[in-house]
Design a protein around this ligand. Structure first.
Ligand SMILES: *[C@@H]1O[C@H](CO)[C@@H](O)[C@H](O)[C@H]1NC(C)=O
Length: 246
């Protein structure tokens, strides 16, 4: 089991590159769709996209174990909110991978007696819930850091200077709102790991929102958001200081 967990963490980089390519293809197909000259190219991109998606599925077989291990770790966190959000996120992520693996087995005819649509719906629901839990954690982190910042004397001074520098903005717009926005932007700027994770989760959210029909967008939006989130995933893998902890 340990070896499996280790192997899947190592293959994360590969998965993110395949994922970035998959969504880049989806986005290109969307952008090129109306031009009849591009028919061949679009067909090639579509086939590349489905190959990427299929290739990723094989390497995701160990991810269920990986998520369960992660859930065991996050259960030990002393912060109650973090413990609850991250454990729920990891458990539902494990359930998502179980559905995902079952669908993969169904696609290659390894198993026959599962209902594809139902399992696919379950997979998207688990993925969606996991993302919402991750985002709740991000919001919790941001609010926590904002409160910390607002108590900091130096920071308060800087904020007052900023608000006095642009009095028209402060006069016209409600001053509290301006201060809050300033506080939020500065918090995100000084904690890029939290900012990136939040952006990544928001981008990811568009995918299940579309698939579940809660907020239908189009393949262009899904491709774009998937690409951005995959690129953030690559950046945080290459630069561990930009990765949110725990
Ligand atoms: C939720 O966050 C964890 C830890 O940052 C991450 O490993 C996991 O992939 C995220 N879940 C989803 C569905 O993106």
């Amino acid at each position: 089991m340990d070896a499996l967990v280790k192997f899947t963490s190592q293959s994360q980089g590969r998965d993110r590159i395949l994922r970035a390519t998959q969504y880049a293809c989806a986005l290109s197909v969307y952008l090129l769709r109306n031009n009849p000259n591009n028919k061949d190219l679009v067909a090639k991109l579509k086939s590349l996209e489905s190959n990427m998606s299929a290739g990723r599925k094989l390497f995701r077989l160990g991810n269920t174990a990986n998520s369960i291990e992660a859930a065991k770790r996050t259960m030990q966190l002393s912060d109650r909110v973090l413990c609850l959000c991250l454990t729920a996120a990891n458990v539902t992520r494990a359930l998502y991978f179980i559905c995902d693996n079952a669908l993969w087995a169904r696609n290659i005819d390894l198993i026959r007696n599962i209902n594809k649509e139902r399992w696919s719906l379950h997979a998207h629901r688990f993925y969606f819930f996991s993302l919402v839990m991750n985002l709740t954690r991000d919001v919790y982190d941001v609010v926590h850091l904002m409160v910390q910042n607002s108590r900091d004397k130096q920071f308060r001074q800087k904020m007052h200077e900023h608000l006095n520098e642009s009095p028209d903005v402060a006069d016209v717009v409600i001053p509290q709102l301006d201060a809050l926005l300033y506080l939020l932007l500065h918090t995100l700027k000084s904690h890029p790991a939290v900012a990136l994770d939040t952006l990544k989760n928001i981008c990811d959210l568009f995918i299940p929102l579309d698939r579940l029909g809660i907020y239908p967008s189009n393949t262009g939006v899904v491709g774009f958001c998937g690409l951005i989130s995959s690129l953030i995933g690559i950046v945080t893998l290459a630069q561990p200081t930009l990765r949110i902890k725990p």
